[in-house]
Write a new protein. Structure first.
Length: 249
């Protein structure tokens, strides 16, 4: 039987774009507030504030993207597809729909990072460690070991995507976005220490590209040698979550 998409492609793109953009504005913003000089959030009270900032960023992003299930994350999109689920009600997991989701997520993440930079433009212009400026945009490991860094990212993403597959879809204004926000906070508090828990290729790679192209004073390099880890690790975790679902459910 031919799978039909009842939600227009433009709506799919716009929904995931807007939701991911909101996620990154709030996520990059909370890290910038904690790390950048002369910000009222600096000195940082601790990593838990950043965890909560990202958690609420996910929550409000999911609310904004409820028409498409609020994936905001290619690992979620691919995980649902492998698990044999529709991407959202009226949106089957076709190759075209998956591609539109992922393109929208990366585009939204890039624009969100640019907007967060604009909000903190004067603070980015202040002298500080270039690593702190990069750290507001992208993740980095505390102990650099690509294999184990990938392992950490895969495990964190496995927890996230498995929960998403099992819990179903968010339909409108429900408790679903709050639940995933609390899960993001929990993953960050429990598993975020080694790598900063990207658990989302779009969340890390698109803002890293924004860091590379924006005219940030004294920004230093964008650490492209590490950039593949928060892409590969989360995608592996998403696939493993789908496989786990197929085995146990």
């Amino acid at each position: 039987m031919l799978l039909e998409t009842t939600v227009p492609i433009a709506t799919i793109f716009g929904s995931e774009f807007l939701g991911t953009m909101i996620l990154i504005i709030l996520g990059v913003g909370v890290v910038a507030n904690n790390l950048l000089p002369k910000s009222k959030g600096n000195p940082a009270p601790g990593s838990l504030q950043i965890n909560w900032g990202w958690g609420f960023g996910v929550m409000f992003g999911v609310y904004a993207a409820y028409k498409t299930g609020g994936h905001l994350n290619p690992a979620v999109t691919v995980g649902l597809a492998i698990a044999g689920k529709d991407l959202a009600p009226g949106i089957p997991a076709t190759g075209t729909n998956i591609l539109v989701y992922i393109l929208a997520q990366f585009a939204g993440a890039f624009v969100g990072a640019v907007i967060a930079w604009l909000a903190y433009k004067q603070h980015y212009d202040e002298d500080c460690d270039p690593a702190l400026k990069l750290g507001t945009f992208a993740t980095g490991p505390q102990i650099r070991n690509p294999f184990w860094n990938c392992m950490t990212e895969a495990i964190g993403t496995w927890v996230l995507v498995l929960w998403v597959i099992i819990s179903g879809f968010t339909k409108g204004i429900t408790i679903g976005p709050l639940a995933v926000a609390l899960l993001i906070v929990s993953i960050g508090a429990s598993l975020g220490g080694p790598t900063g828990y990207a658990i989302n290729p779009a969340r890390d790679l698109a803002p890293r590209i924004a860091h590379a192209v924006l005219p940030i004073k004294g920004k230093g390099g964008s650490d492209w040698g590490y950039a593949w880890v928060p892409v590969v690790g989360p995608m592996v975790g998403g696939v493993l979550a789908a496989v786990t679902y197929l085995i146990f459910w």
